[in-house]
Design a protein around this ligand. Structure first.
Ligand code: ADP
Length: 268
C-alpha cells in the first residue's frame, strides 16, 4: 500500500487526479493502522483478566478445596474480573458497530433538561455520598437519540463518581446560546493534568494506567462519548485543573438550528 504515483507530470488534470489518489491511499493506510492498533490494544486488555482468572482457577485447584478463605477470595476475584471483561466487550462492540456504520441513531426532538434530570435522579438514588447539583439555566432541545444522549451523560457521570471522593460535588448544568445547546457534567475531584488532557478521548487511554491502583476502567468511555457527540454533529469540551476538578461540556446545535429533514432516523 505504501506505493504512491509520481505527481511530476505535465498534465494538470492528471496531476490533480494523482494527488487525490495518493491522499486516498494515505487515508486508507492510516485507517488500517488505527484498526490494527485497536485490535492489538483490545487483545492486550482482554488477556490481562483472562490470566488473572486462570491464576485463581489454579489456586482453587491446589488449595481452594481445603481452605474456604482461599476459595472465597478466588471466587470474588473471578467474578470481578469477568464483570470487567463483559464491560470491556460491551464497549468494544459499541465502537466496532460505530466504526462500521452499523449503529442505528434514532433522532427526535429531545429535551436536554429531561435527560439530564433523569441522570440526576438516578445518581441520587445511588446514594454515593456525593452532593449532586442540577442547574437548569435554560430549556434546551436538540435533535437527538435520547438513549445515546443519556448514555453520553452517564459516561461523564460515572467518571465524575470514579474520580471524586466522599463529600465531593457533582454538578449537571443545562443552558443555551443563540445557536447551541449545552449540557455539562462537572466535579471537584482529582482533575486531569495538561499532559494527559489531549489524549483522554483516545481509545484505551487512561491517566492511571494501572487498574490495580483502585479505580477500575477500560479507557473506552470517553471514546464512546466522542462517538455519540460526533454522531449528533456535536462536540465535547473539557476543562480541568489537577487537584481541583473537571468539567465536560457537551455542545449540540439547538433543534431549531438543525435541519430536520432526514434527521429522525439516520444510520451512521
Ligand atoms: P475510564 O474507563 O478509564 O474511566 P474514560 O475513557 O472514560 O476511561 O476516561 C479516560 C481517562 O480520563 C480516565 O482513565 C481518567 O484518567 C480521565 N478522566 C475522565 N473523566 C475524569 C474526571 N471526571 N476526573 C478526572 N479524570 C477523568
Amino acid at each position: 500500500l505504501s506505493q504512491r504515483i509520481n505527481t511530476d507530470g505535465p498534465d494538470d488534470e492528471m496531476k490533480e487526479l494523482t494527488v487525490t489518489f495518493n491522499s486516498m491511499i494515505d487515508r486508507l493506510e492510516s485507517s488500517f493502522q488505527r484498526q490494527n492498533q485497536f485490535i492489538s490494544d483490545a487483545s492486550h486488555e482482554l488477556r490481562t483478566p483472562i490470566s488473572v482468572i486462570q491464576g485463581y482457577a489454579n489456586l482453587i485447584n491446589r488449595w481452594g478445596k481445603s481452605d474456604p478463605d482461599i476459595l472465597q477470595e478466588a471466587i470474588d476475584s473471578i467474578l470481578s474480573e469477568t464483570e470487567h471483561m463483559s464491560a470491556l466487550i460491551r464497549k468494544l462492540l459499541f465502537l466496532a458497530k460505530g466504526d462500521q456504520n452499523r449503529m442505528l441513531v434514532q433522532k427526535k426532538l429531545v429535551s436536554l433538561n429531561e435527560i439530564a434530570g433523569e441522570v440526576v435522579k438516578e445518581l441520587e438514588v445511588l446514594e454515593v455520598n456525593r452532593k449532586i447539583v442540577f442547574e437548569e439555566k435554560d430549556k434546551a432541545e436538540i435533535w437527538g437519540d435520547p438513549d445515546l444522549i443519556k448514555q453520553l451523560l452517564w459516561i461523564h457521570a460515572e467518571n465524575a463518581l470514579k474520580y471524586t471522593k466522599d463529600g465531593d460535588l457533582i454538578t449537571l448544568r443545562v443552558w443555551k446560546d443563540k445557536k447551541n445547546a449545552f449540557v455539562s457534567v462537572g466535579d471537584n475531584g482529582a482533575g486531569i493534568s495538561k499532559v494527559h488532557l489531549s489524549k483522554i478521548f483516545d481509545r484505551f487511554y487512561r491517566v492511571d494506567q494501572s487498574r490495580n491502583k483502585g479505580i477500575s476502567g477500560t479507557g473506552l468511555g470517553l471514546s464512546i462519548a466522542k462517538w455519540i457527540a460526533d454522531s449528533h454533529f456535536g462536540h465535547i469540551l473539557v476543562e480541568s485543573t489537577e487537584g481541583e476538578g473537571t468539567t465536560f461540556t457537551n455542545v449540540f446545535a439547538l433543534s431549531g438550528k438543525m435541519k430536520k429533514e432526514g434527521e429522525e432516523s439516520r444510520k451512521f
